[in-house]
Design a protein around this ligand. Structure first.
Ligand SMILES: C[S@@+](CC[C@H](N)C(=O)[O-])C[C@H]1O[C@@H](n2cnc3c(N)ncnc32)[C@H](O)[C@@H]1O
Length: 321
């Protein structure tokens, strides 16, 4: 079960109410994410693409021939650039994409196979955790990848759980390529998450809940709010109720009331200090082999390997942002 009803009910019952960012990615939301990536103010996509385009071959030379496993592939557009680097450097064993959205996996297959028609492609519909369990049968050297600053959307417990799964999955000699957005001025961050595509994507989370759980959210009764929470090193996306209202999710047999002005938090986007982020990863036995930033130093990609020395997994990720 990808979209767990018990977790949604729990998160909508806490104060403040929250909705997992997974609900962004139904078909409409995924299309809006693709549109967001084209917004002039959404620098993340372009910066990450620039880093991959310039360094794909170097990454491939460091890791050697591997099987690639992507966590949250989306349409895998940037991954095709990485794969090009592997082709130039001598090849790739196979590519497996994990995503909760089946349509995105179909697009990923189309994009990847247009670059390398003979590459063995596996699409795994599932969460990061269930996907990694399925990919565990792969043999030989592996490169796990997570792009789009997807780990930035995770709360501490989710990040803790993902990094634990990644560490268990990796064998010595495997690599993990991780893209993450860096902390920066509020005006740049707030512009990236307050454009038309970001606003629509946020509101469409409610449409997703209406469809999946027979809900009665009226999108016109909510306002998109996104701001830089400097203290917690993150952007936050919220939906503010513009008037008092009662919400019913019929399939879940769950109702609740919202006061006028009440906010539901729909997403966090961590913005990290790279040095502190690497120190946090070290607690999960992951050490940076090399990292790259874009020319404006707004975004980073780190290539990680298991460290020999383990210092325990009890990291509070928020302290390390
Ligand atoms: C921020 S987008 C990044 C997409 C792509 N990697 C990129 O860089 O453009 C996150 C992707 O992860 C998927 N996703 C979100 N939460 C997930 C989860 N818990 N397990 C698996 N996939 C997830 C979404 O469907 C979406 O395609």
């Amino acid at each position: 079960m990808i979209f767990r009803a018990d977790l949604l009910i729990a998160s909508l019952s806490e104060s403040p109410r929250t909705i997992s960012s997974m609900y962004y990615y139904d078909d409409t939301g995924s299309a809006l994410y693709e549109r967001l990536c084209m917004e002039p103010s959404y620098y993340l996509f372009r910066d990450e693409r620039e880093i991959i385009a310039e360094n794909a071959k170097s990454i491939a030379s460091i890791t050697g021939k591997v099987s690639l496993i992507e966590l949250g592939s989306g349409n895998a557009e940037k991954t095709t650039l990485l794969i090009n680097g592997y082709i130039e450097a001598g090849g790739l064993n196979s590519y497996a994409a994990i995503d909760i959205n089946r349509s995105m996996l179909e697009k990923a297959a189309e994009n990847i196979l247009s670059v390398t028609p003979n590459l063995e492609f596996t699409g795994i519909v599932g969460t990061y955790a269930t996907g990694l369990e399925k990919a565990a049968t792969l043999v030989g050297a592996k490169l796990l990848i997570s792009l789009g600053s997807s780990v930035g959307n995770m709360y501490d417990d989710e990040l803790h759980s993902l990094l634990g799964s990644v560490r268990s999955f990796m064998a010595s000699g495997d690599y993990f390529l991780l893209g993450i957005d860096l902390d920066k001025e509020s005006n740049i961050l707030e512009a990236a998450y307050n454009n038309q595509s970001a606003i629509l994507a946020n509101l469409c989370v409610l449409q997703h809940l209406n469809w999946r759980f027979k809900g009665n959210f009226s999108l016109f009764q909510f306002r998109h709010v996104a701001f830089h929470n400097k203290k917690l090193y993150r952007m936050e996306g919220h939906l503010e109720a513009m008037q008092a209202q009662s919400i019913n999710l019929e399939k879940l047999n769950f109702s609740f009331s919202l006061k006028k002005g009440e906010m539901i938090r729909t997403e966090i986007m961590r913005k990290v200090n790279l040095h502190a982020f690497h120190a946090m990863l070290f607690k999960y036995s992951l050490r940076p082999v090399q990292h790259w930033t874009d020319r404006n130093q707004r975004y980073a990609i780190s290539l990680l390997q298991l460290s020999e020395k383990t210092t325990g997994s009890d990291c509070e990720a928020s302290r390390c942002s």
